[in-house]
Design a protein around this ligand. Structure first.
Ligand code: NAD
Length: 494
C-alpha cells in the first residue's frame, strides 16, 4: 500500500462528481457562466463510460465491422476482395487512438476553463463536503456551495454467473477485444448486445443471442426491428427469444450455459417475424465466451449520498425535478443516475440545465424527446412516440412507412431493406414520432427530432426540399405519404 502523502482541502462554488459526458458538460457550462468549478473523476482520463468503454470505442469497432461487411458484400456486384487479415493489436491501437484524441481534447478544455480537476473516488461526507480518495492514497476534502452528481452507472450483473472467469465478459471486457472467440453467446438482445454481436460477427465469431423478451431491442416498434432481425438471423447461428439463461457453469472446455424455454407461455424461440417459428434454445450448450449485456444499474448507492441527505431509491436512482434538483435544494443530479434512458445525449442536456440553474439562470429540462439509436447493421433509430405507445395511449394517429427499396440512394449503396416511418396526429397532421431502420438511420433521425421540437406537421416536412438522391429524402417521402402527395411510390386511393 502506498503511504498516505497527506490530505488537502479545497473550497469551491460548484463541485461536479463524475467526469463523463454529463459531468464534464455540466462543469464546462458552469465555468463558462463564471462559476468556480471543481470536477472529480475517479479514472485518470475524462469521458466516462461513453468515451472510454462505451459509445466511442464501440463506434470505432462498428466502423471496422462495416468496412469488412461492405467489402465482402460487394463481391456480388463485381468488386472482390480477399478474406480480411485481422491484426488485433493494430485494431486495438486504432480504437485507443480515437479515444485518446478525445481524452486529450477534454483535458485541454478543462485547462482552458481553469477548472480544478481532482482525480480519485469521491463520496459525500456531509451536505457541503465531498471527500476524494486517490489511488495514491491522497485524501482531498472539497467544501462546496452547490454540487452536481453525475456518477453514472455500471453493467448489471446476474449474481449466480461466474464473473471471475475471464471467458465471461461484460461490455467493457468485450470492447477490449482480447481475442476473437470461436463461439460467442450474447445474453441480452438490447443495444449493447447487438452492437457487440455486429463487431464480433465481422471478426469471425459464430454468434448466438439469447433474449428474455419476444423481440430484440424491446421498446422499439417491431416493424422497424424486422429488417435488422431478418439480416442478422441469416448471419448468426441462433437468436433465441423469450428465453432465459438459468445458469452458467465454468468447465474446462468452455462455459456451459443452461436455458429455460418454459419461462414464458409463448416461448417458442425465434418468431419476431410473424409466422417465423424457428427452433428454440437447447437445454444447455457450451460456448467459448459469453457476453452479458442485460442492462445497466445506476451508481447512486456507492457515493454515500445519504451523508448529504440525498434520497437514493432501492435501485440506486436519484429522483430530480425538471431543474435537475434532488430533494436537497443545492444538490443536483444528472445522467444515468437519475433514470432511463441511460444515454449520453440525455446526460449532456441535463448537465447544461443543472449548471445553468446552479448559476441562477431560468432553465429546465423540457426536451420533447430523447432519440434512441442502435448502431447495428442496419442501424435502427427512433424518437417521439412509438406506434405501440400511441396505441396504448389511445391516440388517434396516422402512420406512413416509406420503403427504402424505392430510394435510389439506398439501392445505389447496395441496400434495400430500410424503412422510414412517421406517426402523426390524425386531426392536425402534427408529427408525434418517427423511426428508421437502414444505413445511417442514426444520422437521419435528427431531422425528425427537430421537426417534433418545432411542432412541424407532415405537410411541413413534405414541403421541405430534401436533396436528391439522399437517404434523408425518405423522411420527406414518408411525410408526403401522410399528406397524400407522394409520387415516388403508388398508393391506391381507398
Ligand atoms: P438494454 O436494457 O438496452 O438491453 C438489455 C436486454 O437484455 C433487454 O432486451 C432485456 O430484455 C434483456 N435481458 C435482461 N435480462 C435478461 C436475461 N436474464 N436473459 C436474457 N436477456 C435478458 O441494456 P444494454 O443493451 O445492456 O444497454 C444498457 C444501457 O446503455 C441502455 O440504457 C442503453 O440504451 C445504453 N446504451 C446505448 C447505446 C446507444 O445509444 N447506441 C449503446 C450502448 C448502450
Amino acid at each position: 500500500m502506498a503511504s498516505n502523502p497527506g490530505s488537502n482541502e479545497l473550497k469551491t462554488e460548484i463541485v461536479v462528481l463524475g467526469g463523463g459526458p454529463g459531468g464534464y458538460t455540466a462543469a464546462f457550462r458552469a465555468a463558462d457562466l463564471g462559476t468556480q468549478v471543481v470536477l472529480i473523476e475517479r479514472y485518470p482520463v475524462l469521458g466516462g463510460v461513453c468515451l472510454n468503454v462505451g459509445c466511442i470505442p464501440s463506434k470505432a469497432l462498428l466502423h471496422m465491422a462495416q468496412v469488412i461487411h461492405e467489402a465482402e458484400e460487394f463481391g456480388q456486384h463485381g468488386i472482390g476482395f480477399g478474406k480480411p487479415k485481422i491484426d488485433l493489436d493494430k485494431v486495438r491501437a486504432w480504437k485507443a487512438s480515437v479515444t485518446k484524441s478525445l481524452n486529450d481534447g477534454l483535458a485541454g478544455l478543462v485547462k482552458q476553463r481553469k477548472i480544478t480537476l481532482v482525480q480519485g473516488f469521491g463520496k459525500f461526507t456531509s451536505a457541503n463536503t465531498i471527500t476524494v480518495e486517490s489511488e495514491q492514497g491522497t485524501t482531498t476534502t472539497i467544501h462546496f456551495d452547490q454540487a452536481i452528481i453525475a456518477a453514472g452507472s455500471h453493467p448489471t450483473k446476474i449474481p449466480s454467473f461466474p464473473y471471475d472467469d475471464p471467458r465471461l465478459m461484460d461490455s467493457t471486457d468485450a470492447l477490449e477485444l482480447k481475442q476473437i472467440p470461436k463461439k460467442l453467446l450474447i445474453v441480452g438482445g438490447g443495444i449493447i448486445g447487438l452492437e457487440m454481436a455486429t463487431v464480433y460477427h465481422a471478426l469471425g465469431s459464430e454468434i448466438s443471442v439469447v433474449e428474455l423478451m419476444d423481440q430484440i431491442i424491446p421498446g422499439c416498434d417491431k416493424d422497424l426491428i424486422t429488417p435488422l432481425f431478418r439480416r442478422i438471423k441469416k448471419q448468426y447461428k441462433n437468436i433465441w427469444l423469450e428465453t432465459k439463461v438459468t445458469s452458467i457453469q465454468a468447465e474446462t472446455k468452455g462455459l456451459k450455459v443452461s436455458f429455460d424455454r418454459a419461462s414464458s407461455q409463448l416461448a417458442s424461440g425465434i418468431h419476431t417475424i410473424p409466422g417465423d417459428k424457428g427452433k428454440g434454445a437447447p437445454e444447455s450448450e457450451l460456448f467459448d465466451t459469453v457476453l452479458v449485456a442485460v442492462g445497466r444499474k445506476p451508481n447512486g448507492k456507492i457515493i454515500a449520498a445519504e451523508q448529504a441527505g440525498v434520497k437514493v431509491d432501492e435501485q440506486g436512482f436519484i429522483a430530480v425535478d425538471k431543474q435537475q434538483r434532488t430533494n436537497i435544494n443545492h444538490i443536483f443530479a444528472i445522467g444515468d443516475i437519475v433514470g432511463n434512458p441511460m444515454l449520453a445525449h440525455k446526460a449532456t442536456h441535463e448537465g447544461k440545465v443543472a449548471a445553468e440553474v446552479a448559476a441562477g439562470l431560468k432553465a429546465g429540462f423540457d426536451a420533447l424527446t430523447i432519440p434512441s439509436v442502435a448502431y447495428t447493421d442496419p442501424e435502427v433509430a427512433w424518437m417521439g412516440l412509438t406506434e405501440d405507445q400511441a396505441k396504448q395511449q389511445g391516440i388517434d394517429y396516422e402512420k406512413a412507412a416509406f420503403p427504402w427499396a424505392a430510394s435510389g440512394r439506398s439501392l445505389s449503396i447496395g441496400r434495400k431493406e430500410g424503412i422510414t416511418k412517421i406517426i402523426c396526429e390524425k386531426s392536425s397532421g402534427r408529427i408525434l414520432g418517427a423511426g428508421m431502420v437502414g444505413t445511417n438511420a442514426g444520422e437521419l433521425i435528427a431531422e425528425a427530432v427537430l421537426a417534433l421540437e418545432m411542432g412541424a406537421d407532415a405537410e411541413d416536412i413534405g414541403l421541405t426540399i430534401h436533396p436528391h438522391p439522399t437517404l434523408s429524402e425518405t423522411l420527406g417521402f414518408a411525410a408526403e405519404m401522410i399528406s397524400g402527395t407522394i409520387t415516388d411510390i403508388y398508393i391506391k386511393k381507398s
